[in-house]
Write a protein that binds this ligand. Structure first.
Ligand code: SF4
Length: 484
């Protein structure tokens, strides 16, 4: 049988059926363009961490057996002070550590992660690695975690890039728990029959949902917005997985009741409040969308890891609900932190009166941040913030089409409300791709031609978002019977 790796083992802790399919490479996952940039950054961070371990050597191998052999050779050589990415195997389970360093007769395992918070979530990962390593080498005395330091700024020496935490006690405790369940997990994975499916909260985001617990169910209970664990458990105990079967004795929120009503009575929910909410919008109306970049390793001077930097906006302006709107846009110079230019241009383009429609609270958060960053623009930016109307919040409380399936993201609801509008023909069609496209330019991986093409695609993508807002506003106004 094939080796059992860390990712399969960890998945088996949540769902054995999913782990069984992963083990056999039977789970399809959409590959996003942002994934490649994440891999690029992860490699960079790991190689910077390795710089801190003098006398270390990397295990480079084409096959598992070669990696195992090289690891054995390097760890047996007392001249080698650290081994990077060593691979170990025990009873069918394999693990690759990030850094294994020699300290006299003892070994320390160091895991390097690109995050900067939530340290405890890594203990599971570290415990599995420690378990497999401890079956191969003696005297592992420490298990440490290196995360990106929030205090690091571009330009500082690499020693300041990481913050280190010793998790030896927690890791060793969990490691013994895992040791006890490994035989059971191995037997389950090697069994030709997959474990039974069982509906649980984590099914909602499982890549196998549609072919497993969600198979052939039209309006799953997961379509109920903000379904609580208590309601979920109650429904599971009654063996109910579709909204159509939810009995009246199950307590639902007002929004959930509306969703259920739409499905049972095959209708669209339009709240009487929709008209009131939309009539509060003042003309001229601006439709605003920001895009941003966030890299692990900072792109610009004085920026810390994982900083979100706004890089572009699209702005449509309409004097009424029927005329062709005007369009404004801005994209940052990718070679520098260009947020001041962006803020100044936005102030110029967005005028001093009229509502500003956004979709979600993201634009408001970005504006608050810009106001804090540039005290001389604080008053002007705060006034812009105070004009914002969140169309998603209006939609959530006042309009529901059962085809939304409990979602309100623009990519989900737009094709249902405005079928002729979608992102299919765009080179950049989702936020993650936009973020990584800018990041590629920022780190200098694109030539002039690629930069020109990327900026054009980014502007088109952002423009599509605000045009979608214009159309959705008009659609809702029509649904609420507002005179055009
Ligand atoms: S849908 Fe649920 S039961 Fe099925 S594999 Fe995914 S998590 Fe497991």
């Amino acid at each position: 049988m094939r080796p059992i790796n860390k990712s399969v083992f960890i998945k088996s802790l949540d769902c054995r059926r999913l782990a069984w399919h992963l083990y056999r490479n039977l789970v399809e996952r959409d590959r996003l363009s942002g994934d490649d940039f994440l891999i690029y950054e992860s490699k960079k961070i790991h190689s910077m961490a390795q710089e801190l371990f003098a006398g270390g050597i990397q295990v480079k191998a084409a096959t598992l057996q070669e990696a195992l052999d090289k690891t054995k050779e390097f760890t047996s050589n007392p001249e080698i002070k650290a081994v990077f990415e060593p691979v170990f195997e025990y009873n069918g389970f394999t693990a690759r550590a990030d850094i294994l360093s020699r300290h006299g007769d003892e070994w320390h395992i160091t895991e390097v992660k690109a995050g900067n918070k939530g340290k405890r979530k890594y203990i599971i990962d570290m415990a599995y690695t420690a378990l497999i390593l401890s079956k191969n080498i003696k005297n592992i005395s420490k298990s440490k975690l290196m995360l990106m330091s929030k205090d690091f700024r571009l330009g500082m020496p690499v020693e300041r890039l990481f913050s280190e935490t010793d998790f030896t006690t927690e890791v060793f405790t969990k490691m013994h728990e895992y040791d006890a369940i490994c035989p059971d997990i191995k037997a389950m994975l090697e069994n030709e029959i997959p474990p039974d499916m069982q509906l649980k909260m984590c099914c909602k985001n499982c890549p196998m949902f549609k072919q497993c617990t969600g198979k052939d169910i039209d309006f799953h209970i997961f379509d109920l917005p903000r379904l609580s664990h208590t309601s979920f458990d109650q429904l599971c105990s009654m063996n109910i997985n579709t909204i159509k079967d939810v009995p009246d004795c199950v307590e639902l929120t007002e929004t959930q009741k509306n969703v259920k009503d739409c499905i049972i009575n095959d209708k669209i929910f339009i709240s009487p409040n929709l008209k009131t909410e939309l009539e509060k919008i003042n003309f001229p109306v601006y439709y605003l969308d920001f895009e941003s970049v966030m890299t692990i390793y900072p792109l610009y001077q004085n920026i810390c890891p994982h900083t979100q930097i706004v890089t572009q906006y699209s702005l449509h302006k309409a004097s009424n609900l029927s005329d062709e709107p005007e369009h404004f846009e801005f994209i940052a110079d990718h070679t520098k932190d260009d947020r001041l230019s962006l803020a100044e241009n936005l102030i110029k383009d967005i005028g001093e009166e009229g509502s500003i429609i956004t979709y979600s609270s993201f634009e408001h958060q970005i504006l608050q941040h810009l106001a804090g960053l540039y005290p001389h623009l604080h008053e002007k930016i705060s006034k812009i913030s105070s004009r914002i109307v969140d169309l998603e919040a209006i939609l959530k409380s006042n309009y529901y089409d059962k085809q939304f399936h409990g979602k309100t993201s623009i990519k989900k609801v737009l094709p249902i409300m405005i079928p002729e509008m979608n992102y299919n023909s765009l080179e950049i069609a989702e936020g993650g791709s936009a973020l990584s496209a800018f990041a590629y330019m920022g780190v200098g991986l694109y030539n002039e031609e690629q930069i020109a093409e990327t900026k054009k695609n980014l502007l088109e993508y952002c423009k599509q978002d605000t045009l979608a807002l214009v159309k959705m506003h008009r659609f809702l106004a029509q649904a609420a019977s507002i005179q055009f």
